[in-house]
Design a protein around this ligand. Structure first.
Ligand code: SF4
Ligand code: SF4
Length: 171
């Protein structure tokens, strides 16, 4: 069984804020299962966390967008090439999911918000908060654990999943 089953961090906003759609990608199935699609001058984007991800599985798997079909993270490629065992890959995925959940928990504590966003948009929000804070040192102290976990997950993602994942968390 693919290591992707039970992972889904390339769909849930942990690694990416959105997926670029082509004009040929079917949209009706995505919209029916709750996915959000935005349109701008740079094209169509499927927002992450993707609304088609149900219980860490893609609800439109047979009609998923072309980029979703072709995407393979470094860990998946290494596992398929026999460079990383399935067990090791699952442990690496488990670490990423634990860090993601810790960040969501800290986010709820720090901001009393339960909205789910991509980690990139969270980083952006923290950066804006830092830049507009009257006391930036106090802002960093207040969110120190959140910044630390964001740096941890970024290092983990860069090391195992995607060398070009978004840049580190600190402001
Ligand atoms: S991050 Fe990698 S292992 Fe996880 S679902 Fe995506 S392609 Fe599969
Ligand atoms: S459409 Fe499916 S494969 Fe693509 S991001 Fe959403 S859940 Fe993941």
């Amino acid at each position: 069984m693919s290591i992707c089953v039970g992972c889904g961090i390339c769909c849930d906003g942990t690694m990416y804020p959105n997926v670029t759609l082509t004009p040929d990608d079917p949209q009706s199935g995505l919209l029916q299962v709750g996915a959000a699609i935005t349109s701008s001058e740079i094209g169509l984007r499927l927002t992450q966390p993707c609304g088609a991800l149900h219980d860490r599985r893609c609800a439109v798997y047979d009609e998923r967008p072309s980029l979703c079909r072709s995407y393979r993270c470094d860990l998946l490629k290494a596992t398929e090439a026999g460079k990383v065992s399935t067990g090791e890959a699952k442990r690496t995925i488990a670490v990423a999911i634990r860090l993601r959940d810790e960040i969501r928990h800290l986010l709820q504590q720090d901001t009393e918000t339960t909205d789910e966003r991509s980690l990139e948009s969270l980083r952006e929000r923290l950066r804006e908060g830092f830049e507009s804070a009257n006391d930036q040192a106090a802002f960093q102290r207040q969110h120190a654990e959140l910044f630390a976990r964001l740096a941890d997950i970024q290092h983990h993602l860069h090391s195992h999943f995607e060398k070009t994942a978004p840049s580190p968390a600190s402001p």
